[in-house]
Design a protein around this ligand. Structure first.
Ligand code: ZN
Length: 379
């Protein structure tokens, strides 16, 4: 196994989308600090994410939008025309001090990841996974679409067939926009039904290369295990990609405030283990959503441990616990009295349950689609 590389950056430390925004919380710094505290992030495995220049971002984004985004960071305000046209300066995509630098750093790592994986390897980029942005528009807390840029970069560096798996609680509307109808890109998304952005219906197949699985509230680990074994892994095995990109959004777990799914983080670890066992030569794991500072930090650190084959201890040593005890979740009721295991563990207690008929039926429906066997539409 090649040694995985971790892409991080100090740009995430202390930067916030604003006092009331769900992304006021620290996420990537927790993963870096907790991984280092555990001895899991030696300098040889760490890379600082480079900040992408606008010219590099035109691989997918429009020059007009990139210009508006850069100007908004400098001016720290936008006019009404820019807000309407590009979705900047809204409640979900506010003006904030690092509004170009931070997403451009996430995009820079995704672009570089594609190049570094040219000869194979494993890269973890928890600051990535901003799957809602469009070519000329910010959307859903995302200013730049680094997963799209990663896939394009992988292809430019020689990967012909790329599979994109998205287990965030929200549908990956921007990524689907980028690759719908592309027979050399398989897209699989699991997401909560009747939740923003309201795309990703069961029958929405993007022309044949997209498998969308909307899921009911309360999704449990047993249901996700069925999805993993009966849909995700068989589709990947059939498609036989040169590269796999896993968007590992942390908002589908029980404690997340923005969704109503009820997974434990074991669901994410087990999907990653299943993907790793496929032996695909290039693997890029991205972050994504996740709005509870403890569940995000613990889940994404556990992902890094899993990529490296480190055993996750049942109880964290004091240096690890100290990282989690230092977190705050201001203006959130659940942040006032966090349960002890948010401080003392990485792995959640599993959350098994019945596989409900609607989940089984949707799974059966998708399994009949050619893409579920890795068969792609004619270009
Ligand atoms: Zn999400």
């Amino acid at each position: 196994m090649t040694t995985p590389i971790f892409f991080g950056s100090e740009v995430y430390r202390g930067s916030s989308y604003g006092r009331w925004h769900p992304l006021r919380i620290p996420r990537v710094p927790t993963v870096m600090d907790l991984s280092r505290a555990m001895g899991w992030l030696p300098t040889a495995q760490y890379r600082t994410s480079p900040r992408a220049k606008p010219a590099a971002l035109t691989l997918w984004h429009t020059p007009e939008y990139l210009d508006a985004l850069s100007r908004a960071e400098v001016a720290q305000q936008v006019d009404d025309a820019t807000r309407d046209r590009h979705g900047l300066g809204t409640v979900s995509n506010p003006v904030f001090p690092e509004m170009y630098r931070r997403p451009a750093t996430g995009a820079g790592a995704s672009l570089l990841a594609g190049e570094l994986l040219a000869d194979g390897g494993v890269i973890y980029h928890p600051g990535g996974g901003t799957h809602h942005a469009f070519p000329d528009r910010a959307n859903g807390f995302c200013y730049l679409n680094d997963p799209v840029l990663a896939i394009l970069s992988l292809k430019r560096a020689g990967a012909r067939r790329v599979a994109y798996i998205d287990i965030d609680a929200h549908h990956c509307d921007g990524v689907e926009h980028g690759f719908a109808g592309d027979p050399e890109t398989l897209l699989i998304s699991t997401h909560e039904e009747r939740r923003w952005p309201f795309t990703g219906a069961l029958d929405e197949d993007g022309g044949g290369n997209c498998l969308n699985l909307p899921l009911p509230r309360g999704l449990n680990d047993s249901e996700m295990a069925e999805i993993r074994e009966r849909l995700i892994l068989p589709a990947l095995a059939g498609f036989a990609p040169d590269a796999i990109v896993l968007q590992c959004g942390a908002d589908a777990v029980e404690e997340d405030p923005l969704s109503r799914l009820a997974l434990s983080n074991n669901a994410h670890f087990d999907i990653l283990l299943g993907i790793m066992a496929l032996g695909c030569p290039r693997l890029l794991v991205l972050g994504g959503g996740g709005y509870n500072p403890w569940s995000v930090g613990r889940l994404w650190t556990g992902i890094w441990a899993t990529l490296n084959g480190h055993d996750i201890p049942d109880r964290l040593p004091p240096v690890g616990e100290a990282v989690l005890r230092a977190l705050h979740w201001d203006r959130a009721r659940a942040g006032r009295t966090p349960p002890a295991h948010w401080f003392t563990t990485i792995r959640d207690t599993p959350r098994p349950g019945p596989v409900r008929p609607e989940v089984a039926q949707r799974l059966a429906h998708l399994r009949e689609q050619p893409a579920a066997r890795g068969e792609m539409p004619e270009p």
